[in-house]
Design a binder for this molecule. Structure first.
Ligand code: URA
Length: 229
């Protein structure tokens, strides 16, 4: 695992954004990198793409929950009693940014089945690339939970920042963001709005193109997950 403070060590310098601070954690485990390469290939079909995203998401879940506090409880093994660790403290809420966030959500829920789930529906205005909200449903007790916001592509950072703002507006004070691929420009923009929210990514790519797509990237994550193109 690499802990890179923006600008990331794996990304070329992006235009500076005033006040940009924050933490980006590039989870560069060999299995994640291998699976991501398979996903990037344009000829990878939707069913394989979904399965790979699910597997990578399980591995990202492992990393994003690394700081989960533990407490000791007494249990009895077949041989003797012992004090054994279990997860303690705040519970989790996974927040999926529609629609592509659903691709990460499945794998995360495989590892974190007790987590609550929220949804934020956002689309990108094709001209301004601004995030436009059309749906919001968060658990009532989200303020008592750690929220992990999920969206495969952190491109301009607009949707990511808007989704995290909604989660904070609901009272949540502990928020993390998980994506598959981030763009350096998006990371700077995101961290300038939410410097307290760490971003976990499998890769930081080169740059955004004129249409707001991450290059080299994977293309449109939603279309590739659901086979809609
Ligand atoms: N959204 C995507 O699905 N892909 C990108 O490259 C950027 C935003």
């Amino acid at each position: 695992m690499t802990d890179a403070t923006a600008p990331s060590a794996t990304a070329p310098d992006a235009p500076a954004v005033a006040g940009a601070e924050g933490t980006t954690i590039v989870v560069d485990h060999p299995l994640i990198q291998h699976k991501l390469t398979l996903m990037r290939r344009s000829r990878t079909p939707a069913n394989e793409f979904r399965q790979l995203l699910r597997e990578i998401s399980m591995l990202l879940a492992y990393e994003v929950t690394r700081d989960t506090p533990l407490e000791l409880i007494e249990i009895e093994t077949p041989l003797e009693k012992m004090m054994a660790p279990v997860v303690a403290g705040k519970k989790l809420c996974l927040v999926s940014v529609l629609r592509a966030g659903g691709g990460i959500l499945e794998g995360m829920l495989d590892i974190l089945p007790a987590a609550r789930v929220g949804h934020v529906g956002l689309y990108r205005d094709p001209v301004s690339l601004a995030a436009v909200e059309y749906y919001l449903k968060l658990p009532r007790d989200i303020s008592e939970r750690t929220a992990i916001v999920l969206d495969p592509m952190l491109a301009t950072g607009n949707s990511a920042a808007a989704a995290v703002s909604e989660v904070k507006a609901a009272g949540c004070q502990s928020v993390k963001f998980v994506c598959l691929i981030a763009a350096p420009e998006g990371l700077k923009a995101f961290h300038s709005v939410h410097p307290d929210v760490p971003v976990y990514a499998a890769a930081v790519d080169s740059h955004l193109n004129d249409h707001g797509y991450i290059v080299p990237g994977i293309g449109d994550a939603g279309d590739r997950i659901f086979g809609t193109k």
